[in-house]
Design a protein around this ligand. Sequence first.
Ligand SMILES: Nc1ccn([C@H]2C[C@H](O)[C@@H](COP(=O)(O)O)O2)c(=O)n1
Ligand SMILES: [Zn+2]
Length: 162
Amino acid sequence: MANKREDYISWDEYFMGVAILSGQRSKDPNTQVGCCIVSQDNKILSMGYNGLPTGCSDEEFPWNREGEDPLETKYVYTVHSELNAILNYRGGSLEGAKLYVSLFPCNECAKAIIQSGIKEVIYDCNKYKGTPSVAASMRMFDAAGVKYHPYKRTGRKIEIEL
Ligand SMILES: Nc1ccn([C@H]2C[C@H](O)[C@@H](COP(=O)(O)O)O2)c(=O)n1
Ligand SMILES: [Zn+2]
């Protein structure tokens, strides 16, 4: 009888892998963020990445980070990966769900995460740590009882030929 395969990926590798892969759909030239929402019993409920709202052309709207006119920057138009994942969910409630995301949530997404009933956030990068946005997210998560912790990278490399 053959033995069970032992080098399968863990749940955390699986869900963060799906989040990072989802981020590869982003058209943002500077930061691609992906998100995967998972039930308490490890079923994937939804996914998302940062992008423009439906009907807003990736070719016509700006992707600039800076500009004298805020209307010529991406910030006023992009939907963040976490909000997209929450809004993409077609089931009932996200109460008690876990959220895997490749970048720590901003304060606006933190509000949506809390209000949707998500109870745990697992993040990979936190490159905006120390900014008011991230500090506000942490303050709100702490107050609302949403746990958050960094994903522990395993160093495993997965090559996918597409
Ligand atoms: N947790 C986050 C943080 C940011 N985003 C999006 C918003 C922008 O499209 C991009 C950040 O751009 P940058 O200022 O680094 O050029 O990432 C997100 O989806 N989720
Ligand atoms: Zn956000």
